[in-house]
Design a binder for this molecule. Structure first.
Ligand code: NAP
Ligand code: G3P
Length: 484
């Protein structure tokens, strides 16, 4: 057994540089959504343990401030190396813990190693500026302001189940390079995978108290951590429902929220339909649609809809479905509640007149990829985020109506525009109320140094390596007044 867990696969938390014993003794059993098999137990931290962790985090700030930035970067490089060495072992755990196919699981670990290295590089190029008073009318060159970026303090990183390693690292690494200390609260389903990321970072040489973890159900301990007076920044990725809740209770603590999405693919009449169909199927159904940036609706006109739907059908019918160990694309959803919701959305749409093209089949929590045509705005699937393999096609009279319907969504994460006419693409892109528009590509977050943001119910603030460092630091001005 490693320090991470005991012989019963009970995982501790990283508290002040050591994998903690379980003071409270309360544990949560983690089983696999693939086959119900036992994966391990995680600690349900107590409020007292949270207080202890936060105390160590504040102490860790002065320790971490003494570590020069090139040394901070070296630790991230080392952590990336350890992640890659452990990639197969960690990917196997990730695969079973969240039912992510093995190829995508390995890819998540390796993508995270790349993320750590890129963030280390970005952190090393952090610079300040000098501003002269003379630039402003009446100002004097005897007044000079030196401005550099300083850490915010203790960052609470809260990550979702679907990328427990990558979306934990996407918060931890930029926060650390910005000089902060970090407390990670991973999703309960995914926590064991996330703890393996933390182990690699700790083994790479982080001083005690710089990175710590608090595992436990968000619904039980979350509010206490979020509202703690010594949390200086909250970096959250998860559902809009929880994000809104955190925004309400966090009072003056600054937040970065990456929330839900209802990404629309607008397919114009001049689009390359063969390309669009393949690209959209990949974007809608990878990891069973459990991605915030999944394509979650197609909006197109009757002129091409029939042909496009036929092409989508052909590709969807070929999607491998089943056990993530067999490297399929569509695997069991994370829990029964998600599968029940998916079934509800499908039945609601069919009941209201949608045309079932393929799918509407379920085996336990495995929901088969489902394509619904002629979806109308009175159907729940037109607006709700399924977070499952369901793709609705909404038919409109023209692209003006397409943009109107796309923007009517409460969400504003990403949209795609498929067309051969770049002028049309830009004109439409400018009108779409989202964080990012993909022209002739599925909606997606990567590459990870790009700005990644949601507007409206999809979040606030911007992720992406240098944007995240900026979000978790602030300017500090020192003004020199020359007297002669
Ligand atoms: P979730 O249910 O909102 O949970 C996200 C995280 O918040 C988990 O760690 C959860 O802990 C924690 N949490 C829940 N209640 C809390 C509280 N009161 N205080 C503090 N933390 C709390 O989301 P999910 O099911 O993990 O992920 C799916 C959702 O996230 C989807 O809506 C998806 O669109 C969104 N998402 C967005 C992005 C993006 O980048 N925009 C990326 C991935 C996912 P527990 O696990 O213990 O409940
Ligand atoms: O839902 C996770 C979100 O970050 C999507 O990432 O890379 O699959 O588009 P990606």
């Amino acid at each position: 057994m490693s320090e991470l867990c005991n012989e019963k696969h009970t995982y501790g938390n990283l508290i002040n540089g050591r994998w903690a014993e379980y003071a409270s003794g309360n544990v949560i059993t983690i089983t696999s959504p693939v086959d119900g098999s036992f994966i391990g137990e995680i600690q349900a931290v107590s409020k007292e343990e949270v207080d202890e962790v936060i105390r160590y985090s504040k102490e860790g700030l002065s320790l971490w401030a003494c570590v020069p930035i090139f040394e901070k970067a070296r630790i991230l490089y080392k952590a990336a190396e350890l992640l890659e060495e452990r990639a197969e072992e960690i990917a196997d755990i990730l695969m079973m813990e969240i039912a992510k196919d093995r190829k995508s699981s390995v890819s998540e670990v390796k993508r995270t190693a790349d993320f750590l290295r890129f963030t280390a590089d970005a952190g090393k190029s952090l610079e300040g500026i000098a501003v002269s008073g003379e630039n402003f009318p009446g100002g004097s060159r005897n007044k000079i302001s030196y401005v550099r970026r300083v850490p915010l303090g203790t960052v609470l990183a809260i990550s979702p189940f679907n990328y427990p390693i990558n979306l934990s690292a996407s918060k931890i690494a930029p926060a650390l390079m910005g000089g902060n200390t970090v407390i990670l609260k991973p999703a309960t389903q995914g926590a064991i995978s996330a703890l393996h990321l933390v182990k690699a970072l700790q083994d790479a040489g982080l001083p005690g108290g710089v990175l710590q973890t608090v595992t436990g159900k968000g619904s039980e301990i979350g509010d206490y951590i979020v509202t703690h007076e010594n949390i200086n920044f909250i970096n959250f990725t998860g559902s809009t429902e929880v994000g809104r809740h955190l925004s309400k209770i966090s009072c003056m603590t600054p937040l970065l929220l990456e929330l839900g999405g209802k990404d629309a693919a607008l397919v114009l009449e001049d689009a390359d339909l063969t390309y669009a169909a393949s690209n959209i199927v990949e974007g809608a159904f990878s990891y069973s649609g459990q991605r915030c940036t999944a394509v979650k609706r197609i909006i197109t006109t009757d002129k091409v809809a029939d042909q496009l739907v036929e092409m989508l059908k052909t590709r969807i019918e070929k999607l491998p479905v089943g056990d993530p160990r067999d490297n399929v694309v569509v695997t069991p959803l994370i829990d029964q509640k998600s599968a029940d919701f998916a079934e509800f959305l499908i039945q609601d749409a069919i009941g209201k007149g949608a045309e079932l093209i393929v799918g509407n089949k379920r085996e336990g929590n495995l929901v088969y990829p489902t394509l619904l045509d002629k979806v109308t705005v009175d159907m729940e699937i037109a607006w709700k985020e399924p977070f499952s393999p369901i793709l609705p096609v909404i038919r409109v009279k023209d692209m003006d109506e397409a943009v109107e319907i796309a923007n009517r969504s409460e969400y504003g994460l990403q949209s795609s525009v498929f067309t051969k006419d770049i002028n049309k693409a830009f004109r439409i892109a400018e009108k779409l109320e989202v964080g990012t528009v993909q022209i002739n590509n599925k909606t997606e977050r990567g590459p990870d140094h790009f700005p990644f943001l949601g507007v409206k119910a999809s979040g606030m603030g911007t992720q992406g390596v240098k944007y995240s460092i900026e979000a978790m630091t602030r300017p500090k001005a020192i003004t020199i007044n020359l007297t002669e």
